[in-house]
Design a protein around this ligand. Structure first.
Ligand code: SF4
Length: 211
């Protein structure tokens, strides 16, 4: 696919999903971190259902640092991998309190050293939380970018590198949301709705049928 087609695709994505943002609800950077950690293999609505009550009881890094896994697990047990998530959230909260005075660090190197925080989560925190350009590649971004020919990559890391080379830095955060929302609403994993897709005439993966 040529650069011109790629730019056309990005323009249509921008026009279609302009202003879209994360569906996760949070009241602070630390709460954003917890919400993103909970969102692995769990959809955002499920996360919001959990955090609505959770953050009413425990709001800060210090609050979470004082919990034990046995106390936190029942409060998040409706999301996948909850035992591991409870352990990591508490350990991350303790590290944030001990090393960063209870504030989430605005630095990728520091973020990825927090227990349970990988490159994707760090990029979401930087971009959504701090407004620092970063392009987080989750399962939707990976699938949609590669189907559309915006990337030709085998891993999320390669996809991130290729998208960052293609998209102007100031649009990295927005492009993350365009691709996520397109993946959720139209270009679904199992049944992409190509006949209803605004990109059907440009997409090399158009299946030519709606499901
Ligand atoms: S045409 Fe189909 S495969 Fe391509 S982006 Fe649209 S929904 Fe996805």
């Amino acid at each position: 696919m040529g650069k011109q087609e790629q730019q056309q695709i990005l323009k249509i994505l921008e026009e279609t999903y302009r202003g879209s943002e994360t569906a996760l609800k949070f009241g602070s950077l630390f709460q954003l971190l917890v919400a993103v950690m909970l969102s692995a293999q769990t959809n955002d609505n499920q996360v919001n259902a959990i955090t609505g009550q959770l953050f009413a009881r425990y709001a800060t890094a210090a609050d979470f640092a004082s919990l034990t896994p046995a106390e936190l697990e029942p409060l998040i047990s409706s999301c996948g991998l909850y035992k591991n998530k409870a352990k990591n959230i508490i350990a991350a909260a303790r590290m944030i309190c001990e090393k960063y005075g209870g504030e989430v660090p605005a630095d990728k190197e520091a973020l990825v050293k927090l227990p349970g925080v990988g490159g994707k989560t760090a990029n979401v925190i930087l971009s959504v939380g701090f407004g620092i350009p970063a392009l987080a590649v989750d399962t939707h971004v990976f699938r949609v970018a590669n189907r559309l020919g915006l990337a030709a990559a085998k891993t999320p890391e390669q996809t991130e590198t290729q998208l960052c080379a293609l998209i102007p830095k100031q649009q990295w955060g927005d492009a993350h949301h365009w691709l996520i929302w397109h993946g959720r609403k139209v270009c679904k994993a199992q049944h992409p709705q190509c006949n209803q897709c605004p990109l059907e005439n440009l997409c090399p993966s158009n299946q030519g049928q709606s499901n």
